[in-house]
Ligand binder design. Structure first.
Ligand code: G3H
Ligand code: 13P
Ligand code: ZN
Length: 324
């Protein structure tokens, strides 16, 4: 089976009340961990590449790795550009064989967002085979390499805007802002309550009212959630027990993501949770075996941890097991 776009993946996910996981990949170990987990769970999966990943590993290397994973697993896999900042990067990925792209013009005023998105949609849909396009309305908080929005500058999606945006742009899916954010520090401690027993921060709930309103305005239309790592504390603990220092790292509770996946959300983006699992595996190994210096020694348990967390997400959060 060749790489697929997201059209059919989302149609099935919408009807089936589950979401397809979109996991960020930056190297071979991450691609293998994600796709081996998906294979074990017989789940469709989206592998996404950010601008930072293209810089780090080169688009052509990542594409070949993903093609190897398709060959290895036989699963429906989409190769997606994550947070394309402009038409040029989207075009480069479409020309380079990506089956799906995100144009993220959400930092621009509404009319500009429409114009930029429309241009990408025209190019992507004219491509043979058809490339699907995701866009974003509203802005998430959070800080990563190429995606930086300060707390206080984020804004929820306004449901009044979505019909016009989708109609005028022709996009295939829409990312909305309902309280998730990028990175491992999604909420400031003052936005949370603290569990008196464990000391762990409990974040504020997502704005399901906005999601419901958006899906009423766009019946049957696939919605995307970015910033959907849960910052599983078991990995934070391993990191901190082995020389790391992640203080008050907090994510979106998994039950809330499961609820979103049963609604109109068809794609859930997860990156930070994989970074944490990989880092936990490396730190734990290095601490236990200070004499090791062969990357295969420490990348093997790190890849195992990423595989485990992806399986957990597919089974307990996305609901996409046995949907390939
Ligand atoms: O949403 C952004 C992704 O997590 C990618 O992050 O730009 O550091 O590769 P990155
Ligand atoms: P996290 O930082 O929550 O993993 O979000 C990833 C993401 O949205 C990639 O686009
Ligand atoms: Zn994102």
């Amino acid at each position: 089976m060749p790489l697929v776009n997201t059209k059919e993946l989302f149609e099935k996910a919408y009807k089936g009340g589950y979401a397809v996981g979109a996991f960020n990949c930056n190297n071979m170990e991450i691609v293998q961990a994600i796709t081996e987990a998906a294979k074990e769970c017989n789940s469709p999966v989206i592998l996404q590449v950010s601008a930072g990943a293209r810089k780090y590993a080169k688009q052509s290397y990542l594409k070949k790795l993903v093609e190897a994973a398709v060959e290895d697993t036989g699963l429906p896999i989409a190769l997606h550009l994550d947070h394309g900042a402009d038409f040029e990067i989207c075009k480069a990925c479409i020309d380079g064989g990506f089956t799906s792209v995100m144009i993220d013009a959400s930092g621009h005023p509404f009319e500009e967002n429409i114009a930029i998105t429309r241009k990408v949609v025209e190019y992507a849909h004219a491509h043979v085979p058809y490339v699907t396009v995701e866009a974003e309305l509203g802005t998430l908080a959070g800080v990563e390499d190429d995606v930086k929005v300060e707390f206080g500058k984020s804004s929820y999606t306004n449901p009044d805007d979505v019909e016009e945006f989708v109609k005028r742009t022709g996009v295939d899916s829409l990312a909305i802002a309902i309280g998730t954010s990028h990175g491992a520090y999604k909420f400031k401690p003052e936005q949370c309550t603290r569990d008196p027993k464990t000391g762990v921060l409990l974040p504020p709930p997502l704005r399901f009212d906005i999601l419901e309103e958006v899906s009423k305005r766009l019946p049957g239309f696939p919605i995307v959630l970015h910033g959907s790592s849960s910052v599983n504390q078991e990995y934070v603990k391993i990191i901190n027990a082995n020389g790391g220092k992640l203080v008050d790292a907090v994510g979106v509770p998994e039950e809330q993501l499961r609820k979103a996946a049963s609604m109109a959300v068809c794609k859930i983006n997860i990156d930070s949770d994989l970074r944490l699992a990989l880092t936990a595996g490396i730190r734990e190994h290095m601490n236990a075996f200070p004499d090791h210096f062969d990357p295969r020694q420490y990348l093997t348990p790190a890849r195992d941890y990423v595989r485990e967390i992806v399986k957990h997400k597919i089974r307990e959060v996305l609901g996409s097991e046995n949907k390939a």
